[in-house]
Design a binder for this molecule. Structure first.
Ligand SMILES: [Zn+2]
Length: 332
């Protein structure tokens, strides 16, 4: 091994906390590592929260790490909310951590959306985290696009995650370029992301050269396209009586207000049709126009979306009682 290679090799071991191995390599290759350098690495390990690695390294290097120095780091880890480092440091130094500090740290972790360290802290004091902290944690996780952690938090709180939080999570995952959890979050909310969102997600994956994930996104987008195409719009004539109990209150005021031909403002004959789903693009709108004309003799109509609170749409058409024109103006 050349000196240059050996130096790089030693450095990589030191940087990843494997000091004993680095010293061994130094001995075998004859490339020296100074005590000062080793000391500075030990300090870095402690800063990173790697107390076990620091302890092991100090033994191999023959550099003493005083217990009070180590114990001083516990306060730092506690202040930073690094629960795993706290636990390790407490074991190594034999310093007990006051129960209330662990509960405080657990609470803080959960409120910040750090589920696992939060649970760990509570587990150490054998307490169950309060439900509202778990829910806050779950909500935070979802906001950050951490689907599985969010689900876990809600599960621990014995609650079902709210639909809108799942959707928020799904949107976040997709815009982050994580199609699988994004699609799953939507599925759990019984919803489907739009083709556009999935395609954008796929593009992002492609840009980042994550081809498998890109494929997942594009395949899902394709699938939606096919399902939409496979579902023709069904039209069924109905009456106002039949639907009045089902439609949202705010839609009830809508109706024909004036004939655009003869300016008549009353005596319209109205017809209502339920659409199994609303048209998605211009092509489908044209198909619908043709069907309405051919099958029902209706040329002018108004489509209300969101009136049933689902995918269905409502067509309202009217004939002027005076001149027979269908060219009627609808308003609230
Ligand atoms: Zn008229």
């Amino acid at each position: 091994m050349s000196d240059e290679k050996a130096i790089g090799y030693i450095k990589r071991h030191l940087e990843s906390g494997r000091m004993a191995e680095a010293i061994e390599i130094s001995k075998l290759t004859g490339v020296p590592v100074s005590k000062e350098e080793l000391k500075s690495y030990l300090h870095q390990y402690l800063e990173k929260g790697w107390m076990a690695k620091a302890k092991e390294g100090s033994k191999a290097a023959g550099i003493e790490l005083k217990n009070e120095v180590l114990a001083g780091y516990i306060d730092k880890y506690l202040a930073d909310g690094r629960i795993y480092s706290v636990i390790e440091a407490s074991k190594i130094t034999g310093t007990p951590i006051p129960k209330e500090r662990l509960v405080a740290i657990g609470r803080e972790c959960l409120l910040k959306g750090k589920l696992n360290p939060g649970l760990e802290a509570y587990a150490l004091v054998e307490e169950t985290p309060p439900e509202e902290e778990l829910i806050t944690c779950g909500k935070k996780c979802f906001e950050e696009g951490q689907l599985y952690l969010g689900l876990e938090a809600y599960k621990k709180a014995n609650m079902s995650p709210p639909e809108e939080e799942l959707i928020t999570c799904g949107d976040r995952c997709l815009s982050n370029g994580s199609p699988a959890p994004g699609i799953e979050a939507y599925k759990k909310a019984n919803k489907t992301p739009t083709r556009e969102m999935l395609r954008a997600c796929g593009e992002k994956c492609l840009l980042e050269r994550r081809t498998d994930e890109a494929r997942t996104a594009f395949v899902a987008a394709q699938k939606i396209e096919e399902t939409v195409k496979a579902r023709p719009i069904e039209i069924r004539e109905t009456s106002f009586q039949e639907i009045s109990g089902e439609i949202e209150e705010s839609w009830k005021g809508i109706g024909p207000k004036a004939c655009l031909k003869c300016k008549n403002e009353s005596g319209f004959k109205e017809r209502y049709f339920i659409l199994s789903r609303c048209p998605e693009n211009r092509e489908e709108e044209e198909q619908l126009e043709e069907l309405m004309k051919k099958r029902h003799g209706v040329e002018h109509y108004y489509i209300a979306v969101d009136v049933f609170g689902d995918d269905r749409g409502l067509i309202n058409s009217a004939v002027c009682g005076k001149c027979g024109s269908q060219d009627v103006f609808f308003d609230f």
